[in-house]
Design a protein. Structure first.
Length: 152
Protein backbone atom coordinates (compact mmCIF):
# COMPACT_ATOMS: atom_id res chain seq x y z
CA UNK A 1 0.00 0.00 0.00
CA UNK A 2 2.85 2.40 -0.84
CA UNK A 3 2.31 6.13 -1.18
CA UNK A 4 -0.92 5.72 -3.14
CA UNK A 5 -2.94 4.79 -0.05
CA UNK A 6 -4.40 8.22 0.68
CA UNK A 7 -5.51 8.96 -2.87
CA UNK A 8 -7.08 5.52 -3.21
CA UNK A 9 -8.93 5.84 0.09
CA UNK A 10 -10.08 9.37 -0.73
CA UNK A 11 -11.38 8.35 -4.15
CA UNK A 12 -13.18 5.38 -2.65
CA UNK A 13 -14.78 7.41 0.15
CA UNK A 14 -16.07 10.01 -2.33
CA UNK A 15 -18.17 7.29 -4.02
CA UNK A 16 -19.83 6.00 -0.84
CA UNK A 17 -23.36 7.07 0.12
CA UNK A 18 -23.75 8.80 3.47
CA UNK A 19 -25.12 6.44 6.14
CA UNK A 20 -28.77 6.66 7.15
CA UNK A 21 -29.52 9.39 4.67
CA UNK A 22 -27.26 11.80 6.53
CA UNK A 23 -26.66 15.06 4.77
CA UNK A 24 -23.35 16.89 4.47
CA UNK A 25 -22.87 19.68 7.05
CA UNK A 26 -23.45 22.38 4.43
CA UNK A 27 -26.95 21.01 3.68
CA UNK A 28 -28.22 20.89 7.28
CA UNK A 29 -30.96 23.44 7.96
CA UNK A 30 -30.26 24.16 11.66
CA UNK A 31 -27.71 23.31 14.33
CA UNK A 32 -28.31 20.12 16.28
CA UNK A 33 -30.53 20.80 19.31
CA UNK A 34 -30.99 17.27 20.67
CA UNK A 35 -30.06 15.88 24.07
CA UNK A 36 -27.49 13.35 22.81
CA UNK A 37 -24.10 14.95 23.49
CA UNK A 38 -21.22 12.50 23.08
CA UNK A 39 -18.15 13.28 25.16
CA UNK A 40 -15.93 11.04 23.06
CA UNK A 41 -15.54 7.61 21.52
CA UNK A 42 -15.22 4.75 24.03
CA UNK A 43 -14.29 1.93 21.66
CA UNK A 44 -14.41 0.58 18.15
CA UNK A 45 -15.13 -3.06 17.39
CA UNK A 46 -13.66 -5.11 14.59
CA UNK A 47 -14.63 -8.50 13.24
CA UNK A 48 -11.60 -10.76 12.92
CA UNK A 49 -11.49 -14.32 11.63
CA UNK A 50 -8.65 -15.34 13.97
CA UNK A 51 -8.79 -13.73 17.43
CA UNK A 52 -5.38 -15.04 18.50
CA UNK A 53 -3.64 -13.71 15.38
CA UNK A 54 -5.39 -10.36 15.75
CA UNK A 55 -4.47 -10.04 19.44
CA UNK A 56 -0.85 -10.88 18.63
CA UNK A 57 -0.80 -8.22 15.90
CA UNK A 58 -2.42 -5.46 17.93
CA UNK A 59 -0.36 -6.20 21.07
CA UNK A 60 3.02 -7.29 19.68
CA UNK A 61 3.12 -5.09 16.58
CA UNK A 62 0.98 -2.04 17.36
CA UNK A 63 1.58 -1.85 21.13
CA UNK A 64 -1.97 -2.13 22.49
CA UNK A 65 -2.51 -4.00 25.77
CA UNK A 66 -5.04 -6.69 26.65
CA UNK A 67 -7.83 -5.40 28.86
CA UNK A 68 -8.43 -8.18 31.42
CA UNK A 69 -12.01 -7.29 32.41
CA UNK A 70 -13.81 -8.48 29.26
CA UNK A 71 -16.94 -10.39 30.33
CA UNK A 72 -17.46 -13.94 29.09
CA UNK A 73 -19.59 -13.55 25.98
CA UNK A 74 -20.95 -16.31 23.76
CA UNK A 75 -18.64 -15.17 20.96
CA UNK A 76 -14.83 -15.24 21.22
CA UNK A 77 -13.04 -11.96 21.25
CA UNK A 78 -10.77 -9.63 23.16
CA UNK A 79 -10.77 -6.11 24.48
CA UNK A 80 -7.60 -4.10 23.97
CA UNK A 81 -6.57 -0.80 25.50
CA UNK A 82 -5.20 1.89 23.20
CA UNK A 83 -4.40 4.72 25.61
CA UNK A 84 -7.70 5.69 27.22
CA UNK A 85 -9.78 4.13 24.41
CA UNK A 86 -10.40 0.51 23.45
CA UNK A 87 -10.44 -1.75 20.42
CA UNK A 88 -12.83 -4.69 20.74
CA UNK A 89 -12.05 -7.73 18.62
CA UNK A 90 -14.99 -9.99 17.78
CA UNK A 91 -14.57 -13.39 16.17
CA UNK A 92 -16.50 -13.34 12.92
CA UNK A 93 -16.06 -12.76 9.22
CA UNK A 94 -14.59 -9.32 8.54
CA UNK A 95 -16.80 -7.12 6.34
CA UNK A 96 -15.80 -6.24 2.80
CA UNK A 97 -13.28 -3.40 2.63
CA UNK A 98 -15.28 -0.31 1.69
CA UNK A 99 -13.05 2.34 3.23
CA UNK A 100 -14.09 1.84 6.86
CA UNK A 101 -11.21 2.19 9.27
CA UNK A 102 -10.23 3.54 12.65
CA UNK A 103 -7.17 5.55 13.60
CA UNK A 104 -4.54 5.10 16.28
CA UNK A 105 -2.89 8.35 17.40
CA UNK A 106 0.91 8.25 17.58
CA UNK A 107 3.57 10.72 18.72
CA UNK A 108 6.13 9.93 15.99
CA UNK A 109 4.58 8.47 12.86
CA UNK A 110 7.75 8.39 10.70
CA UNK A 111 9.61 6.43 13.41
CA UNK A 112 6.66 4.05 13.81
CA UNK A 113 6.48 3.44 10.05
CA UNK A 114 10.22 2.72 9.98
CA UNK A 115 9.90 0.25 12.87
CA UNK A 116 6.89 -1.48 11.32
CA UNK A 117 8.64 -1.84 7.97
CA UNK A 118 11.73 -3.29 9.71
CA UNK A 119 9.38 -5.94 11.10
CA UNK A 120 7.98 -6.75 7.65
CA UNK A 121 4.68 -4.87 8.03
CA UNK A 122 3.41 -3.23 4.85
CA UNK A 123 2.45 0.37 5.67
CA UNK A 124 1.94 3.41 3.47
CA UNK A 125 4.26 6.40 3.59
CA UNK A 126 3.31 9.12 6.08
CA UNK A 127 1.46 11.89 4.26
CA UNK A 128 0.21 15.25 5.48
CA UNK A 129 -3.57 15.38 5.80
CA UNK A 130 -5.35 18.23 7.56
CA UNK A 131 -3.46 19.08 10.73
CA UNK A 132 -1.48 15.86 10.87
CA UNK A 133 0.28 12.99 9.18
CA UNK A 134 -1.32 9.66 8.34
CA UNK A 135 -0.34 6.20 7.14
CA UNK A 136 -2.41 3.07 6.54
CA UNK A 137 -1.91 -0.65 7.08
CA UNK A 138 -4.13 -3.69 7.38
CA UNK A 139 -4.44 -6.13 10.26
CA UNK A 140 -4.26 -9.92 9.70
CA UNK A 141 -8.04 -10.02 9.05
CA UNK A 142 -7.82 -7.30 6.39
CA UNK A 143 -9.23 -4.45 8.50
CA UNK A 144 -7.83 -1.06 7.52
CA UNK A 145 -5.98 0.79 10.30
CA UNK A 146 -4.91 4.40 10.08
CA UNK A 147 -1.89 5.58 12.02
CA UNK A 148 -2.23 9.30 12.70
CA UNK A 149 0.11 11.89 14.17
CA UNK A 150 -1.27 15.32 15.00
CA UNK A 151 1.06 18.15 14.05
CA UNK A 152 1.85 20.50 16.90
Amino acid sequence: MGGEGNEALDAHLQRLPLPGGARPEAERAAPYAGRVRPIGVHHVSLNVDDVDAAVAFYVDVLGLTVCPDRPKFAVRGAWLDAGDRQVHLIEGPPPPALGQHFALALDDLPAAVSELRSRGVEVSDPEPVGAGLQSFLTDPAGNLVELQQPLR
